[in-house]
Ligand binder design. Structure first.
Ligand code: GAR
Length: 188
C-alpha cells in the first residue's frame, strides 16, 4: 500500500475528501500522516476522528524553517511517503523540504493559475470581475503557487460573492484532488 501525507492549516475539507477516498479505495493509498502548522486548526480534530496520525507543530517554536522542515522530512522518510498533498497548507515550502521531496509535492489552489496566486485568490478574482473561476493542482516548486500545472477545472460565475465562489470551488476541489492523486499514484 502506497503512503501519502496531507499538509493542512485550516478547516480540512480537502483532507477529509482525500482520507475518505483512501479509506474507500478510490485512491490506492493510505494517509500516513496529516501535518498541520496551526495548533487548534479544525483539521486536527477531523484527522483524529478519522484515525489518521497527526503531526502538529508551531513554526514559532523553531529557530528556522529549515529546523521544522528537517523534522517533517525525517517523519516523511520514516513513513515512506511517496506523495505529499498540500491541502490549504498556508506556508511556502522551503528548500529543506524541496531538496528532500521535490517532484513529489503537489498543491491545490482556488484559481486558474497563473492568475491570482497567494492567500486571497478568490477575493482578488471577484474584485477583478472575473466571470470564469477555477481550481488548479500543480507541482510545488520554490515559487508561491508556482510549479507546473497538473490539472485544472473551470466554472462560470457571474456574481460577486466570494463565499459563493468558495463554496462552488470547494465542491470541485474535492473531486479534482481525489481524481488527480489517484491518477498520479496509478502512473507511478
Ligand atoms: C482550499 O480551498 C485551497 O484551495 C486553498 O485553501 C483551502 C483549504 O480548504 N489553498 C490556497 O489558497 C493555497 N494558496 P480546506 O481546509 O477546507 O481544505
Amino acid at each position: 500500500m502506497k503512503q501519502i501525507a496531507v499538509f493542512a492549516s485550516g478547516t480540512g475539507t480537502n483532507f477529509v475528501a482525500i482520507a475518505k477516498a483512501c479509506a474507500e479505495g478510490r485512491i490506492p493509498a493510505r494517509v500516513a500522516v496529516m501535518v498541520c502548522d496551526k495548533p487548534g486548526a479544525a483539521v486536527i480534530d477531523r484527522a483524529r476522528e478519522m484515525g489518521v496520525e497527526t503531526f502538529v507543530f508551531d513554526p514559532h517554536g523553531y529557530t528556522s524553517k529549515a529546523a521544522y522542515e528537517q523534522e517533517i522530512a525525517a517523519l516523511l522518510d520514516e513513513k515512506k511517503v511517496e506523495l505529499v498533498c498540500l491541502a490549504g497548507y498556508m506556508r511556502i515550502v522551503g528548500e529543506t523540504l524541496l531538496r528532500a521531496y521535490g517532484g513529489r509535492i503537489i498543491n491545490i489552489h482556488p484559481s486558474l493559475l497563473p492568475a491570482f496566486k497567494g492567500a486571497h485568490a478568490i477575493e482578488q478574482a471577484v474584485a477583478y470581475g472575473v466571470k470564469v473561476y477555477g481550481i488548479s493542482i500543480h507541482w510545488v516548486d520554490d515559487q508561491l503557487d508556482g510549479g507546473k500545472i497538473i490539472a485544472q477545472r473551470a466554472f462560470p460565475y457571474e456574481g460577486s460573492d466570494p463565499e459563493e465562489v468558495h463554496r462552488l470551488g470547494q465542491k470541485i476541489e474535492h473531486e479534482l484532488y481525489v481524481e488527480t492523486i489517484n491518477k498520479l499514484l496509478c502512473e507511478r
